[in-house]
Write a protein of this length. Structure first.
Length: 316
């Protein structure tokens, strides 16, 4: 089973868009036809794309960003009918939207190619403009020539001290979000939107069984305080930074400070490896799912490890 979506493209750019799709080994153009969702006078075509992984999203964004401004309006149409413009939605967000739209694919096939080592540094972007891995400068690179992550040589090791442990292939793709705990969620929303110019991404509440349920788009705090149907988590974003702000209640003393959890995005190979090590040590597993798990480390810090683009909490 493969991911499928439509790419609404201006007719003169259909061939270039098809090339951007098919240069990825596990993606192909299934059919190209006049767009049926925009009207007969709109010179767009629908390109149906099938892909066994979402590396095709990177390829499309790299091609789209290479077009001189002003760029044409290109949109992805998902299985559920939602249209998302490449100009306004970042590539990592688009991956999350597609995976949320087609969760059955995530559970039915392996992540083709996710295990392939790359020299790309961890971050939100692997296309043009991504940070370059520094090499040299008196320190050995964190990546050897084979692409395997190794510990950087420190001065203490150069003096003869042994490294703390064997090299391991662990690659973090992204910081998904930082979870902070506050007493007054309304005040926190207002402050971060004003001070950091953050965008409200959505709100969720915790159900009786602990599952996270999205709040409606027309949610208002005034109505919630009257009905008692209160949001427990608010997601705010600005660029690569996403805050998950958790309401603890006005009377709760935050003894451990405001930082509740750090969520990291990894590839599927690193996900399986870290989950196995957590279970072997053993460390305390607080929550475990198909594509993410939460654990507390030996220093009492809570971490979420999630396959990149599949964080179940972030509302889309």
């Amino acid at each position: 089973m493969a991911y499928r979506f439509l790419l609404e493209t201006p007719e003169p750019m259909a061939e270039a868009a098809s090339i951007a799709v098919e240069r990825v080994g596990d993606a192909q153009v299934v059919v190209v036809r006049p767009s049926h969702g925009l009207g007969i006078d709109d010179p767009y075509v629908d390109i149906t794309v099938a892909a066994h992984s979402l590396r095709v999203v990177d390829s499309l964004y790299d091609w789209y960003r290479s077009i001189a401004s002003p760029r044409p309006d290109l949109r992805m149409v998902l299985h559920g009918g939602e249209r998302h413009a490449l100009e306004t939605v970042e590539r990592d967000r688009m991956v999350a939207l597609i995976r949320r739209d087609q969760p059955w694919v995530e559970r039915s096939i392996p992540h083709v190619g996710d295990h392939d080592p790359t020299d790309q540094p961890a971050g939100f972007s692997v296309g043009p403009g991504a940070p370059v891995d520094p090499r040299g400068g008196g320190r050995e690179s964190a990546l050897d020539r084979g692409g395997v992550m190794v510990a950087a040589r420190t001065e203490s090791q150069a003096d003869g001290m042994a490294p703390l442990g064997p090299a391991r292939s662990v690659r973090f793709r992204a910081i998904n979000y930082l979870l902070i705990q506050v007493n007054d969620l309304v005040r926190a929303e207002n402050f971060y939107q004003e001070f950091f110019a953050m965008e409200l991404l959505g709100r969720v509440k915790r159900g009786p069984d602990g599952t996270m349920l999205p709040m409606p788009r027309d949610y208002s705090w005034e109505r919630a305080m009257q009905t008692g149907d209160m949001a427990d988590l608010t997601f705010l974003g600005n660029g690569p930074l996403i805050l998950a702000v958790e309401r603890m209640g006005l009377g709760v003393v935050l003894n451990q400070g405001p930082l509740g959890m750090v969520s990291l995005g990894v590839d599927s190979h690193t996900f399986a490896r870290l989950k196995g090590e957590v279970l072997m040590r053993p460390l305390t597993v607080l929550r475990s799912g198909i594509a993410s798990f939460v654990f507390r480390d030996a220093l009492n810090v809570t971490w979420e490890i999630a396959v990149a683009g599949s964080v179940p909490l972030i509302p889309v």
